[in-house]
Design a binder for this molecule. Structure first.
Ligand code: UD1
Length: 420
């Protein structure tokens, strides 16, 4: 296993381009199961998760080629309806093959993804929505088995205890596009990645309205055809790079940014006194040592993203004042707190809150990454810290950040890999 070593304290400087959005590409790849015709997806980030989804598609009978950011998919050998545990367990997003398999083949057997380190992650909303469309669902030996003679459009309320669900909205939308009649999804997730999936489905011939709002209307069609689509930029990678500039007091021009997808983060950073300037599809971020602490509460989009909580904690840990960070999506997503404290941070966890008392600077230390966004948080902390930080279990980072090591090196960071 590799670890990432960072010699901190370098101000990052230069231009960097954000890759395509991981959370958009995964369901969009799953959506290609809805047609036998060829599909081409562009701007695809070369990530561990993307490659996991391609493996699943191949196991389900598709031919899939990935070359220089372009994925070409066509029908291969006989289509299978079984997504096995060994593939699904590597990545939760693979559960979103359930909707398209059921829509296209009228049956699906998909392994339950299980929990993960950021907390319990149930699939009750996915199953509630699919059931409402007329599928029979049973659970057997860790698999969801779904069957139908014909899916029928229905009214589906998808709000859960923690608000809307991104992948449940994706799954139900993909099942509904080939159902007979109209489906209304209420309390749908409004994330830009859900809208990107809807746009792809529309290019395939689906009839969808209201995506990007909490009420999505889908009029079922008989057949979907192949389509070509370009993936939206990754707002979480963009946010992480913005913070990389701020924690190092750097000067970055971040390209391929959709400003409107970053509203809640930019608003918080403005409140903290950051210097962010919008320049034609790019963002100019100049580090500013005089930031002040701000409070953050994660919420479904357009609220502050849970996927930026850990990274924001790195910034707050070196910003004067007290910041209260409240996690409302995954109340246990605080694995990074103890690792930041190993680097000298003053953070106390109280249930779903972390109370961060900003200090002058962090000091490099050996730390361990527990999950994808915690890894990003530790990379930011390592870039900002005095001395050397080594982050073990760095494979988590490869799940969601394309070529990040090289991107940081190009900006002047002292980052390298070592064998553990
Ligand atoms: C997606 C993102 C992930 C992000 C998360 C929240 C992808 C591939 N992943 O994950 O990066 O952190 O959104 O923005 O897009 N819930 C239920 N029942 C369900 C489903 C979810 O109670 O059936 C709960 C979850 O436990 C969580 C909340 O709803 O508390 C939101 O989760 P959800 O939006 O479903 O997350 P994912 O779609 O899995």
């Amino acid at each position: 296993m590799d670890k990432l070593v960072i010699e901190g304290g370098v101000k990052l400087k230069g231009e960097v381009t954000v890759s395509g959005a991981k959370n958009a590409v995964l369901p969009i790849l799953a959506a290609t199961l809805l047609t036998d015709e060829p599909c081409v997806i562009k701007g695809v980030p070369n990530l561990r998760d993307t490659n996991s989804m391609l493996k699943i598609l191949r196991a389900l009978g598709k031919c899939a080629e990935f070359d220089k950011g372009k994925v070409s998919i066509c029908a291969g050998k006989a289509a299978s309806y079984i997504a096995e545990y060994k593939l699904v367990s590597t990545m939760r997003a693979s559960f979103c093959v359930l909707g398209p398999l059921l829509g296209k083949l009228k049956k699906a057997k998909v392994s339950l993804p299980g929990g993960c380190v950021i907390g319990v992650r149930p699939v009750d909303l996915h199953l509630k929505g699919i059931k409402a469309l007329g599928a029979d669902i049973s659970i057997d030996s860790g698999y969801v088995i779904a069957k139908t003679t014909k899916l029928k459009g229905a009214y589906v309320y998808l709000g859960g205890v923690y608000g809307s669900s991104v992948l449940a909205t994706d799954n139900v939308m993909m099942a509904a596009v080939l159902a007979k009649g109209k489906t209304i999804i209420e309390s749908a997730a409004c994330e830009p990645e859900v809208s990107d999936l809807a746009e792809f489905l529309i290019k395939m011939g689906a009839k969808i309205k209201g995506h990007g709002t909490p009420v999505i209307e889908i009029e079922g069609v008989k057949h979907l055809h192949g389509a070509t689509h370009s993936i939206i930029p990754d707002r979480i990678e963009a946010g992480t790079l913005i913070l990389a500039s701020l924690v190092t007091g750097g000067d970055l021009l971040i390209k391929n940014v959709q400003y409107q997808h970053l509203g809640s983060l930019i608003d918080k950073l403005n409140e903290a006194g950051a210097n962010l300037q919008r320049v034609d599809g790019a963002l100019h971020v100049k580090g500013n040592r005089r930031l002040k602490s701000v409070n953050i509460t994660t919420l479904p989009y357009p609220g502050f993203p849970t996927d930026m909580q850990a990274q924001m904690m790195s910034l707050m840990s070196i910003t004067p004042g007290i910041s209260v960070i409240t996690e409302k999506i995954y109340p246990d997503r605080f694995m990074h707190v103890s690792e930041l404290n190993r680097m000298g941070a003053h953070i106390q966890r109280e249930g779903p809150h972390a109370i961060v008392e900003g200090i002058k600077s962090l000091s490099g230390a050996p730390v361990m990454a527990s999950d994808l966004r915690a890894s990003a948080c530790l990379v930011l902390a390592g870039l900002a810290a005095r001395g050397k930080t080594s982050i073990s279990r760095i494979y988590h980072l490869e799940r969601g950040y394309e070529n990040i090591e090289q991107k940081l090196v190009n900006l002047g960071a002292k980052v390298w890999r070592e064998k553990e």
